[in-house]
Design a protein around this ligand. Sequence first.
Ligand code: ZN
Length: 423
Amino acid sequence: MTKQTGNTGSNLQIDGQALWSDLMETARFGGTPKGGIKRLTLTDEDRQVRDWFTSTCKSLGCTVSFDSMGNLFARYPGQNNTLPPITMGSHLDTQPTGGKYDGVLGVLGGLSVLRALHNSGYTTRHPIELINWTNEEGSRFTPPMMCSGVFAGVFTEQEVLDKRDRANIRFGDELERIGYRGSEPCGQHAITAYFELHIEQGPILETEEKTIGIVEGVQGMRWYEVTVRGKDAHAGSTPMPMRHDALVASAKMIEALSEIAFAHSPTAVGTVGLIENRPNSNNVVPGETFFTVDIRDPNDAVVLEMESEFKKRFADIAEASGVTLDIVQIWDAPAVHFSPACVEMVAVAASEGSYSARRMVSGPGHDAAYLASVTPTAMIFVPCKDGLSHNEEESILEPDAEAGANVLLRAVLKADDAFNKDA
Ligand SMILES: [Zn+2]
C-alpha cells in the first residue's frame, strides 16, 4: 500500500451523521423504555453489539480479533504493518440503567475515524486499531475496568475468569458462552499509543460552554470504611450528658469531611455516600454507625493531606462524643498522569478544529487510566447534559459527538506522524 501523494490526512473529516446513526442503531441492543441502555457485560445484548461491531468494522476494511479476556481489536492496515498500532477505544458495556453514550461514544467515535480513513483511501504509516474493552463498568462483575486492568497487568487473567456475578455465574463461563474468549493472551498486544474519547460525566464543560476537554490525567482516589461505636440506650430515660450516640458523632464527622474537601476545592472532592445506623430504631440512641469515605484530588499529596486531616478531626470528634472509631482504607488508586506528548496532540487537534477547549482532569476512572501505565495515552472529553451519566437520561449534542470524533481523528493522525519516526 502506498501513501497518496500530497494527501497529509489534514482534509479528512468525520461523517457526523453516520456516527449519530451508529449511536442510535447500537442503542437497540439492550435499549430500555426510558431511552437508556441496559447492556451488562457478557450478556446476550453484549454479544449482539459485539457481533454488530465486528461486521461493521469488517465492512470498513478491518480485520477483527479478540484476546483471552474478550477485548476486541479492529485493525485497519497501515503502510508498515510491522509497527505496533496507534489505538483508540472505550467500552460498549453499560450500567443496568445506563445511558446511550458512556463508553459507546468512544468506541463508535473510533469507528467513525476508521470510516473516514476507509472512505478517503488515505493510508497511515501505522496500522490503526479500535478497541472495545470488556467489562469497563464493573456492575455485573466487580471491579470496574477489569479487562484493561488485565491488559495492563493490574489483575491476573485467572482471578478475573473466576469472578462471579450475583447469580453465581462465572465470568470465564459467560465469556465462552457468548463466543468471545480468544486465544491471544491478554496484554501481549503491542500498542504505540492509545486515545480514548468519552463523555465528561460531569458539569464543567457544559457550564463553561466548552466543546472539548483535553484530559491530562485521572484524579487520585482513596476509599475508607468507618465504624463508629457508642452505646445503645433508651431514648426516653437516658439524659443527654450520659449518651454515647454514634449517629450524632458520625453526623459531625460527615460535616467535618465536607469542610475539609471544601477547604481544598475546587480540585478536591470528599463524599460520604453510604451510611448504616444500628439498631436504627426510633426510640433507641444509636449504638453503632458505619459509613464510607471517598476522597479524590488530581494531586496525590493533597489526597494524603486530606486523609490525615479527616483522621485527626474524626478522632477529636470521637473523643469529645464518648465513642470509639475504626477507619479501614479499602481502595487506593494513585493519580494518573497522561503522556504530555499525547495530551499536546489532543490540544493541537482541538485548536486546529477551532473548538473551544479547556484542560482538565477526569473524576471517574476509565480504561485509559490503566492503559497509561503501558503506553502513551490521552483522553478527549465532550460535554453531557447537566453532567448526568450512569443514568438513562444521559444526553449529548450531535455536533459535540462529531467534534469529539474529529479531535480523535486529528490526534490519531498526529500520533501516526510523531511515533516511530525512523521506522
Ligand atoms: Zn465509561
